[in-house]
Write a protein that binds this ligand. Structure first.
Ligand code: ZN
Length: 233
């Protein structure tokens, strides 16, 4: 779920991600591949904005016949901008957020994509009472994964090359703050990959042996029922 007054440069978006539940780990590269698959299923090129309303209103229903999308008031969602129940394929947005989504406001588009990402990633919760440790690896954090997937869906890497945060915000319909976070995350990923490339010696490739290509580990899959009674995240 996303809370109100989210500042993407502040603790709610920091690496600790103390608010998220623990899930199976996914790397940046795997989340990018999932986003590419989803964008491809919409027939989108790298320069086209992601159709958030179409996703939450139409895209999920053929995948999960029990999928439901609901618009709820502040009396029900309180400070939460949205809420997702992955085990029963239910997605809720607060009515003011949905209204802003219909107007194309960046924060509302991000919220809808973040909540939809929980469904795409089948973020069932094994134990809703399990506290997220501050030291838990962020790749295992449901909120971190949903944020990264939302960024990949909204601002594809190949589409933002050479653009500043204002150009990204204008082209892809996101807030300037979200575009800034995206630029910083991509920059850090490049630094890490550059460091790995420098530190790891190149493998000797055989010209005759076939390359071992691992099976696709990130197909879109149905949510597996877990032990928890429909927790919201
Ligand atoms: Zn969330």
């Amino acid at each position: 779920m996303l809370k109100t007054n989210v500042d993407f440069s502040k603790p709610s978006h920091n690496p600790a991600y103390s608010r998220g539940v623990k899930v199976a780990p996914l790397s940046n590269d795997k989340l990018r591949a999932i986003a590419s698959s989803v964008r491809l299923s919409f027939g989108l090129g790298d320069s086209e904005p992601f159709p958030v309303r179409e996703m939450i209103e139409f895209y999920f229903l053929p995948i999960w016949p029990d999928y439901s999308f609901e618009i709820l008031g502040k009396e029900e969602l309180g400070e939460d901008l949205g809420r997702t129940y992955p085990t029963i394929h239910r997605l809720c947005l607060r009515e003011d957020v949905y209204s802003d989504l219909c107007k194309g406001l960046g924060y509302a588009r991000y919220t809808g994509t973040h909540e939809g990402s929980h469904l795409i990633l089948a973020h069932g919760v094994a134990d809703p009472n399990e506290k997220q440790s501050e030291t838990t690896f962020r790749y295992e954090n449901a909120e971190w994964q949903a944020d990264v997937l939302a960024e990949e869906l909204l601002m594809p890497l190949c589409g933002i090359v050479g653009m500043d945060k204002y150009e990204i915000a204008d082209k892809f319909g996101v807030s300037v703050a979200a575009a800034q976070v995206r630029i910083e995350r991509v920059s850090k990923q490049r630094e890490r990959k550059r460091a790995q490339f420098v530190s790891v010696p190149s493998p000797k490739l055989s010209t005759t042996a076939p390359l071992a290509i691992p099976p696709n580990p990130f197909p879109l899959k149905r949510c597996v029922e877990r032990t928890a009674p429909h927790p919201a995240i």
